[in-house]
Write a protein that binds this ligand. Structure first.
Ligand code: BTN
Length: 247
């Protein structure tokens, strides 16, 4: 493993309810090393954002959780963790296949062209006003080629060939470690790179914003996770819960 600490403690499971749940139990027991990684071939109760299930064909994809100790990140800027982690997925994918058109759909879905290939579920532990640790759960579609969800894709579909999951896992470990180190040294740099990778940036799309269907352009995302939209020439700041994409 080409990292300082990430992935040195690698826990491989055949089957688990959710790798994020497994990580949460390690934190509760207060027995874990920074950079611990849990990978499962199959999740029986994989979780996505907004209490949705995360479905993944057993053995085909990467379903994994990375555990990090976090230093000096104010809880009100916890969103920067999302930026760091989703950028790391992009960096790993571009190292794997540099020609891919990789984008981040706010807040942290990773797309290749118009297909979602990865979802992130980040669960952070807060102490006082600071983030103390974070579980970065990543579901990366690698070799699955059929999906129920119409806008889902995989690396195999994008590259036209079966891909080595372990190579991708190693790339994820080093990209995540680099960005976790940058959380402290250059959070602004992470946010500006995150903004450069945004899916549908400045292009007119249809959204439901606070219950009204509108044509709008995503302008930028701030370090508190709020997005700025241009709607009919005026700029509005919106929280994630205010916005639903219309495809
Ligand atoms: C989403 O797109 O809604 C986020 C999906 C996150 C899925 C990953 S798979 C590994 C980890 N364990 C879970 O139960 N969820 C995350």
């Amino acid at each position: 493993m080409d990292t300082l600490y990430t992935g040195h403690n690698l826990i491989r499971l055949q089957r688990v309810d959710s790798t994020n749940n497994y990580a949460a139990k390690l934190i509760q027991a207060n027995k874990w090393a920074d950079g611990t990684v849990i990978v499962a071939e199959e999740q029986l109760a994989g979780r996505g954002r907004n209490r949705k299930d995360w479905l993944s064909e057993p053995g085909k994809n990467l379903t994994c959780s990375f555990m990090f100790k976090v230093f000096s990140l104010p809880a009100k800027h916890a969103f920067v963790l999302n930026a760091a982690a989703s950028l790391a997925v992009c960096d790993a994918l571009l190292k794997f296949a540099p020609a891919l058109n990789v984008r981040i759909k706010w807040p942290n879905d990773v797309f290749i062209d118009d297909q979602k290939v990865a979802g992130l579920l980040i669960e952070s532990q807060i102490r006082g006003a600071f983030v103390e640790s974070a579980i970065v759960g990543i579901g990366l579609n690698v070799n699955q080629t059929a999906f129920e969800f119409p806008r889902a894709g995989s690396i195999a579909l994008a590259t036209g060939q079966a891909c080595d999951k372990d190579v991708l896992l190693t790339l994820l470990c080093s990209a995540l470690e680099q960005n976790m180190l940058r959380l402290k040294s250059s959070p602004q740099h992470l946010m500006s790179r995150y903004n450069e990778f945004l899916y549908a940036l400045r292009s007119e799309r249809r959204f439901m914003i606070r219950g009204e269907e509108v044509a709008a352009r995503l302008l930028s995302v701030r370090n508190d996770g709020m997005a700025r939209f241009d709607i009919r020439g005026s700029v509005y700041s919106c929280e994630l819960d205010d916005v639903v994409w219309r495809w």
